[in-house]
Design a protein around this ligand. Structure first.
Ligand SMILES: C[S@@+](CC[C@H](N)C(=O)[O-])C[C@H]1O[C@@H](n2cnc3c(N)ncnc32)[C@H](O)[C@@H]1O
Length: 436
C-alpha cells in the first residue's frame, strides 16, 4: 500500500496533487465574522463593536456560526480615530498563527484558530510554516456545505454526498481549506510515538467544531485514530518549494466516495484551497463522486489499486461492465495513451487532425470528462499548426472551459488556451505544419 496520486501521473493532467488513502495513504473568509467557528453562548449583538480591537480569540469565537454581520463597516470612526473596515479588523484578530507548540526534530506544530474562519493546524518545518503564514488571505467565498447536496448513507460505501437538486456542469460544489496539514517527511522520518504526539496536539489545537468534524471522518485502517483519519482522507499537496509534499486533510471533501468515471473534478490551488466542480449535469438523488486513482488505467489495475490502498472493491459503473464491454473500454484507454503519445510530438507528420477527432471521441466514449482539458489543448494546438483557425479556436475555447473546472482559472494551460482562442493567427503555433 502506498500514497496514491489522484491523477498526478497522467500525461495531460496536472502533477501537483493526489488523493492519499489507506496505509500510506470552501461565507466570506474570514472577512466577516459570520464564518468563525461557533463556540455558542453569546451572539454577535452582545459584542460591543467599540471593544472589538480588544477582543481576544475566545470572545471572537463566541459569535454564532451563520450569524450575519449587519454592520456598515467601512469608514468606521471609533474614539475619534479612523479604523479599518470591521471585517478586516476581525480577520486580523482571529486569523493569526500561534506556536510552535511543540517540536520533534525539525518538525513543529503551529495553529491558527481563525484560518479560513474555521481553524487549521500544521505540522511542518519553520520554513514551511512561514510560507503558509505569508499566503495571501482568501477573499473568494468558500463553501463546504450547501443546498446542492446532503450527507447520507450509501449502501456498501459508508457515508457519501447526494445531490439534492440538479447541478450543472461547471457548477462549484465546494471550495475549502484544510483542517490539518502535515509534512509527509515528518510521517516518514519520525517514530510512531512522536508522530502520534504531534498529530494529537495539532488536532487538539483546532477549535471545537473543527476538531469534531475532523474526528468524524471515516478511518479504514484502525489503530491510532488521528493517524487513521489522516491516511484515509488526505490529499498530497505542494507548498510550492522543493521540500517534499504535505498531506492536506479537508473534512468536508472527505465525504466524496470514489468512482472511476466521477461526476466531480477537483484541484488544489496555490492558496491551499481545494476546489470541486461538476463535470457533467448531475441529477437530484445522484451521488457526487471524485476519482481516487488513475482512471486511465485498465479495469483490473484500477480494481487492484482500490482494494490494495483503500480496502474496497470498486463496483462503479465502469468497473461493473461485462467482460466484453470492459475489454472494449480497456482497448479505448490504450488507444488514448497511444494517440496522445503520437499527437503530442508536434514534429510527427503522420499525426493528422483526424487523429485529434478520434482522441476527443475516445475521451467522450469513456466518460472521461473530468480530465478532458488536456485533449482539447492538444486538439487546439494541432489544428492551429495545420492552419485551421476556426477549429483551433473552437478547441481552445473548450480547453479553457474544461481547464477552469479541472485546474482552475489561473492554470498555465488555461492562460495559454485563452491566448490561442483570442488570436489563433498570432499564436506561435499558427501554420507550422511539419513538412517532409
Ligand atoms: C474518503 S472516504 C469517503 C467517505 C466515506 N464513505 C465516509 O463514510 O466518510 C474513503 C472511504 O470510503 C469508502 N469508499 C469510497 N469509495 C468507495 C466505493 N466506490 N466503494 C466502496 N467504498 C468506498 C472506503 O471505505 C474508503 O476508504
Amino acid at each position: 500500500m502506498g500514497i496514491l496520486f489522484g491523477h498526478g501521473g497522467h500525461r495531460s493532467g496536472p502533477s501537483h496533487l493526489g488523493l492519499i488513502c489507506s496505509e500510506n495513504h470552501e461565507g466570506i473568509v474570514p472577512s466577516t465574522l459570520r464564518l468563525l467557528p461557533d463556540l455558542q453562548s453569546v451572539s454577535w449583538t452582545q459584542v460591543p463593536i467599540s471593544n472589538l480591537r480588544a477582543l481576544d480569540l475566545d470572545a471572537t469565537f463566541r459569535l454564532n456560526h451563520g450569524d450575519d454581520l449587519p454592520i456598515a463597516s467601512s469608514n468606521r470612526v471609533i474614539n475619534g480615530q479612523h479604523r479599518p473596515p470591521l471585517e478586516e479588523e476581525a480577520t486580523r484578530i482571529a486569523d493569526s498563527w500561534k506556536g510552535p507548540h511543540s517540536c520533534e526534530e525539525r518538525y513543529c506544530v503551529w495553529s491558527n484558530t481563525g484560518f479560513s474562519g474555521q481553524g487549521m493546524s500544521i505540522v511542518t518545518t519553520m520554513a514551511n510554516h512561514q510560507r503558509v503564514e505569508r499566503l495571501p488571505k482568501v477573499t473568494a467565498r468558500l463553501e463546504g456545505a450547501s443546498s446542492h447536496f446532503l450527507l447520507a448513507a450509501v449502501p456498501g460505501k459508508g457515508l457519501g454526498l447526494i445531490a439534492t437538486r440538479k447541478i450543472r456542469r461547471g457548477e462549484r460544489i465546494m471550495a475549502v481549506q484544510p483542517a490539518i496539514l502535515v509534512h509527509l517527511k515528518f510521517i516518514e522520518e519520525s517514530e510512531l510515538e512522536d508522530q502520534y504526539r504531534l498529530l494529537e496536539l495539532a488536532v487538539n489545537k483546532l477549535p471545537t467544531a473543527r476538531k469534531d468534524s475532523f474526528m468524524a471522518q471515516a478511518g479504514d485502517l484502525g489503530g491510532h485514530r488521528i493517524s487513521d483519519v489522516i491516511f484515509t482522507n488526505s490529499f498530497q499537496m505542494s507548498l510550492g518549494e522543493e521540500d517534499g509534499f504535505h498531506l492536506g486533510n479537508f473534512p468536508e471533501v472527505s465525504r466524496f466516495n470514489h468512482d472511476c468515471r466521477p461526476n466531480v473534478a477537483f484541484y488544489i490551488d496555490n492558496n491551499l484551497t481545494h476546489h470541486t466542480h461538476a463535470v457533467r449535469d448531475i441529477h437530484p438523488g445522484e451521488e457526487l463522486s471524485i476519482s481516487y486513482l488513475d482512471s486511465f488505467q485498465a479495469r483490473s489495475v484500477r480494481q487492484e489499486r482500490a482494494r490494495a490502498s483503500w480496502g474496497f472493491s470498486c463496483s462503479c459503473s465502469q468497473c461493473s461492465l461485462s467482460k466484453t464491454e470492459a475489454d472494449a473500454s480497456d482497448a479505448r484507454l490504450f488507444s488514448i495513451y497511444q494517440i496522445e503519445n503520437e499527437i503530442s510530438d508536434f514534429s510527427n507528420q503522420e499525426a493528422s487532425p483526424a487523429l485529434v477527432e478520434r482522441l476527443i471521441s475516445l475521451y467522450r466514449e469513456e466518460r472521461l470528462e473530468f480530465r478532458i482539458a488536456g485533449a482539447y489543448t492538444i486538439a487546439a494546438l494541432k489544428y492551429n499548426l495545420f492552419g485551421k483557425a476556426k477549429l483551433a479556436k473552437k478547441y481552445a475555447e473548450l480547453a479553457v472551459e474544461a481547464g477552469i473546472i479541472e485546474n482552475g482559472p489561473d492554470a498555465a494551460d488555461v492562460r495559454a488556451m485563452r491566448e490561442l482562442a483570442d488570436d489563433p493567427k498570432g499564436h506561435w503555433s499558427w501554420n507550422q505544419k511539419p513538412r517532409r
